[in-house]
Write a protein that binds this ligand. Structure first.
Ligand code: KG4
Ligand code: ZN
Length: 347
């Protein structure tokens, strides 16, 4: 079996990352190293990722990440088979930083250059840790993305639906902001929700009346704002319990929506793979215990295997990019020095 060793770079949002992944034949790949430099502190004062600040930080940190990833893997550039880099979609300044860095290494070493779609990287993540066969159903839920994909092969995806407005992570972050809770909002809202009554406030369940696999989360924010303002008007402010109940109500709406749409996506997918169906999640929102439990129960109902990769692989990382690049390289595809960074790049 051919052994391939790939260096991957990721810089499409607010994490600068480099990783080395190796695979022999079609065995489960080995992550030799995976380095991630987050930028949360740089953006925290602004309540969101500032593209220009992100781009500068990527440009500054990429070479360090590469050095650390090679050192941690105890590998030199000459032992690599190719360089893979996220070429989109994402914040264009950051994507360009990564692509330029990868081109520089490729030019200096003569190694082949491979452009990877960031979403394809997420979608292939479950195969980094488990022996999972195509096709499997993938739910991608992060701060920037939300979609259902049938992963048919390393570069073949059938999109069943996705959000028509905000991503769920974005909705958690906005909820936290509206209630004065710390960022990132997901963990703080989840923590508050534990002490809350999900039934006190009735949040909408958007798009459940439609039969498709599309989702919408921006209405939850509007509903939350209305409820909050009403409380402020009635009682002059929010109590600790009000906050907890609002978080619990909001989270229950997200959980119900994701559970129901997953049920629908699973039904479509299972027409294609009725035997041993597999559902996987990726993205930071997959960290949410209530969401995981709901998805797990939907899968158990239908006899599908539920796979949730470890959190450091669910969130942005370069191991998934190296692996997606490895798959592309294995199928004989490489990109040239004309590889361009793409802000938008649907699968
Ligand atoms: O995948 P990720 O690290 O970055 C991208 O968006 O690409 O996801 C980050 C998002 C943030 O919006 C964060 O609030 C959310 O994932 N998140 C959570 C939880 N932990 C992180 N959302 C809900 N519950 C959580 N426990
Ligand atoms: Zn991502």
């Amino acid at each position: 079996a051919t052994t391939l060793t790939i260096l991957g770079l990721e810089s499409s949002c607010d994490d600068t990352a480099a990783a080395v992944v190796r695979q022999s034949g079609d065995s489960v790949p080995e992550i030799l190293s995976s380095v991630v430099h987050g930028q949360t502190e740089l953006h925290s004062a602004y309540g969101g990722v500032v593209p220009e600040i992100a781009a500068r930080a990527h440009a500054e940190k990429l070479d360090l990440c590469v050095r650390q990833a090679l050192d941690a893997a105890a590998i030199s550039l000459s032992e690599l088979d190719a360089i893979a880099v996220t070429a989109g979609p994402g914040l264009i300044g950051g994507v360009m930083s990564g692509v330029m860095c990868a081109k520089g290494i490729a030019a200096a070493t003569g190694l082949p250059l491979i452009g990877v779609n960031h979403l394809a990287g997420h979608a292939l993540t479950p195969r980094l840790t488990d022996q999972i066969d195509y096709p499997y159903l993938m739910l991608l839920v992060s701060g920037g993305h939300c979609q259902y994909l049938i992963t048919q092969g390393p570069e073949t995806f059938t999109r069943l639906g996705g959000t028509i407005d905000d991503a769920p992570g974005e909705a958690f972050d906005k909820t936290a902001r509206l209630l004065g809770l710390p960022q990132p909002g997901g963990p703080s809202v989840e923590a508050e929700a534990r002490a809350g009554d999900p039934k006190r406030f009735r949040f909408p369940r958007p798009l459940l009346d439609r039969p498709d696999c599309n989702l919408s989360f921006s209405g939850l924010k509007t509903a939350l704002m209305r409820m909050r303002d009403q409380l402020v008007m009635d009682q002059g402010g929010l109590t600790r319990q009000d906050r907890a109940d609002l978080c619990a109500g909001f989270q229950a709406a997200v959980v119900d929506t994701l559970a129901e749409k997953t049920r629908r996506a699973l039904a479509i997918y299972m027409e294609q793979r009725p035997q041993h169906p597999v559902v996987a999640v990726a993205g930071g929102v997959a960290a949410n215990t209530a969401i995981r439990a709901a998805l797990e129960s939907v899968c158990a109902d239908q006899g599908a295997l539920f796979v949730a990769p470890p959190l450091n692989l669910c969130t942005d990382n370069a191991a998934m990019i190296a692996y997606a690049g490895l798959e592309r390289f294995r199928s004989g595809k490489v990109d040239g020095m004309d590889l361009s960074a793409r802000p938008r790049w649907p699968l």
